[in-house]
Design a protein around this ligand. Structure first.
Ligand SMILES: *[C@@H]1O[C@H](CO)[C@@H](O)[C@H](O)[C@H]1NC(C)=O
Ligand SMILES: *[C@@H]1O[C@H](CO)[C@@H](O)[C@H](O)[C@H]1NC(C)=O
Ligand SMILES: [Ca+2]
Ligand SMILES: [Ca+2]
Length: 210
């Protein structure tokens, strides 16, 4: 996470130093559908539930959540490089129910190396439909809510309890295996000094990037 932040920081500094002339790779965003009512728009740190179809420029589909695997929509956290940078950049300010088409250049996807079915230097096209947006374990409110014993650090138990509560609040059955996995992922990313707690400093990072 720190690395992601640093590289973000460096690229904005570079862009500023060159008078913005450095050609930053851009995601092309086309809104295919926007619901009339929008209570909240996605922002850095939110968790989003999406269905997506990914294809190459020639139209061949390489992944579709509705067709492949368990056919479930997938959750991810926006803006923390959990997904490709093209998604972090291209899925902000979305409403639940909105559908977008993103054209993501290789620099914001899998780059020179490619990955699995994705050959090197592939431009990827995604149709992404947002089903739900929730507060991620990110906001100040979330931190206070998660820090049950007010010691300004989050234990693994506190993070798991929070995940369980969030699921219940939104009508999803709690799933200990899933919460355990999510919790481990969160700690792997956020507990920088590996002391088994997420301090408020580790938790808080720039919200105004991207
Ligand atoms: C489309 O492009 C992908 C990736 O380059 C390739 O694997 C696939 O075979 C191509 N499909 C067709 C129909 O050309
Ligand atoms: C709980 O989550 C795990 C891991 O994601 C999944 O494999 C399992 O099917 C889930 N169980 C239920 C009852 O949904
Ligand atoms: Ca605590
Ligand atoms: Ca720590």
């Amino acid at each position: 996470m720190l690395l992601a932040l640093l590289s973000c920081f460096c690229s904005s500094v570079l862009a500023a130093a060159s008078g913005g002339k450095l050609p930053e790779a851009e995601v092309s965003i086309e809104v295919l559908h926007r619901p009339f009512i929008c209570h909240r728009k996605s922002k850095y740190g939110d968790i989003m539930l999406v269905h997506h179809v990914g294809s190459f420029e020639n139209g061949t589909v390489f992944h579709s959540t509705r067709e492949h695997g368990d056919k479930q929509a997938v959750w991810f956290t926006l803006g923390i490089r959990e997904v490709i940078r093209g998604w972090d950049k291209g899925l902000q300010n979305m409403c639940a129910g909105e559908k977008r088409k993103l054209i993501v250049p290789p620099a914001l996807a899998y780059g020179k190396e490619g990955k699995g079915k994705i050959p090197p230097e592939s431009t990827l096209i995604f149709i992404i439909e947002v089903l739900e947006i929730r507060n991620g374990p990110r906001s100040h409110e979330s931190f206070q809510e998660m820090d049950l014993n007010d010691d300004w650090r989050l234990s693994k138990q506190e993070v798991k309890a929070y995940l369980r509560k969030e699921f219940e609040r939104h009508g999803y059955p709690p799933n200990d295996t899933l919460h355990e996995n999510m919790m481990e992922d969160i700690f792997a990313r956020e507990d920088e000094n590996k002391d088994g707690f997420i301090s408020s400093r580790e938790f808080t990072y720039k919200h105004d990037e991207l």
